[in-house]
Design a protein around this ligand. Structure first.
Ligand code: SF4
Ligand code: SF4
Ligand code: FES
Length: 355
């Protein structure tokens, strides 16, 4: 199947651009990323494209190929007709930096906002034990390579820039679901947090995210739908509500004016209420439920290094940064594990900091 093939590649930057036509050599067994590399070596040496592993594992080479969000390195040329034009465009949901490279820092911000794994207070690292069945259940979500194809595909943000602030996206719903299923995670309100803070209610389970996931993670069936069902059960099923009143201690207890205890931790609640989209609901009960168990007053450290320079381009940090390696996308000032006052879940040590 060797010979020249017709490619159309979007060229441009944040100020605009257009599709450019190329006739390029394609050899047997090649993938779209090979052809992009050949273009860089021949007709378009300044064509910008992100890639790293060429093995479908780093998640860097995300692009839209004939309108479908795909990994360039996993899309075989043999899947196209011999005379078919292959059109390659950048991810549409994220701002353009140049050519096929987009600014995906939206996803890093959402990652940073997602509460981390909360280990049990009475266990030291090394003492954690869990059943194999629990490991396997969340293992599916750990396969995520952070290609952000699902984030790019989801119509909630693809066509509505204004939703980005309120919506974390399918990649972070699977993170919430994974931790919700984790038997050693001491934060018990993952679903409520997903509903109140991550915008789970915006998702109308179209399954487009599942369709494009190169790791074949069943994002909608195994993460989003179970979380939605459990949020609804907990809030609206009268039997579940009655059962929780009769048999179970409530997840949070009011311990004083403006304070709420969550599994022993105490957090001040904001005065005058807190904005929460609670899945787009304005139901005050749902809002109040959704806010339980979240440290609303956490300090959020700001990155000290901007992700892009004033021209919207990524800095050549390997050359210009004042120490080896690039700054962390989580911010140069962030240390891990994060200080407890920066966490937005009920960490047991948050109590100790107050006294
Ligand atoms: S299922 Fe939900 S998260 Fe996935 S693409 Fe559809 S609306 Fe977005
Ligand atoms: S869930 Fe799938 S599509 Fe989404 S970022 Fe992870 S690997 Fe990519
Ligand atoms: S280059 Fe790593 S996933 Fe394509």
């Amino acid at each position: 199947m060797g010979g020249k093939r017709h490619f159309r590649v979007w060229r441009g930057d944040e100020s605009g651009g257009e599709l450019q036509d190329y006739q390029v050599e394609v050899n047997e067994g090649e993938v779209v990323l090979d052809v992009i590399h050949r273009l860089q070596a021949t007709d378009a040496p300044d064509l910008a494209c992100r890639w790293n592993c060429k093995a479908g594992k780093c998640g860097s080479c995300s692009m839209e190929i004939n309108g479908m969000p795909k990994l360039g390195c996993m899309t075989r040329m043999s899947t196209f007709e011999e005379n078919e034009t292959v059109t390659v465009t950048p991810l549409r949901t994220f701002p353009i930096i140049r050519d096929l490279v987009t600014d995906v820092s939206f996803n890093y911000e959402k990652a940073r906002e997602t509460p981390a794994f909360a280990p049990p207070a009475d266990l030291a690292p090394g003492e954690y034990r869990m059943q194999q069945v629990d490991v396997e259940r969340s293992q599916e979500f750990r396969k995520c390579i952070e290609c952000f194809l699902c984030q790019n595909t989801c119509h909630v943000v693809r066509d509505h820039e204004e939703n980005k602030q309120a919506f974390a996206g399918p990649r972070y719903f699977i993170r919430a679901a994974e931790l919700d299923m984790h038997p050693l995670d001491a934060k018990t309100d993952r679903k409520e947090y997903a509903q109140a803070e991550q915008g789970l209610g915006f998702c109308n389970i179209t399954k487009c995210c599942t369709e494009v996931c190169p790791e074949h993670i069943k994002i909608t069936d195994n993460a989003i739908i179970p979380m939605k069902e459990r949020v609804v059960d907990r809030r609206y099923d009268p039997l579940v509500w009655l059962g929780s009143k009769i048999f179970r201690r409530p997840m949070t207890e009011t311990v004083g004016h403006g304070e709420t205890s969550v599994l022993g931790a105490v957090h001040a609640q904001p005065k005058g209420g807190v904005h929460s989209h609670a899945g787009g609901s304005h139901d005050p009960h749902a809002e109040a439920e959704a806010q339980r168990g979240v440290n609303w007053h956490r300090q959020v450290p700001k990155p000290t290094v901007p992700p892009v320079d004033e021209h919207g381009r990524l800095p050549l940090t390997e050359l210009t940064f004042d120490r080896p390696a690039a700054p962390s996308p989580f911010g140069d000032d962030v240390t891990f594990p994060m200080p407890v006052e920066h966490l937005n879940y009920a960490h047991p040590e948050q109590d100790e900091k107050k006294h």
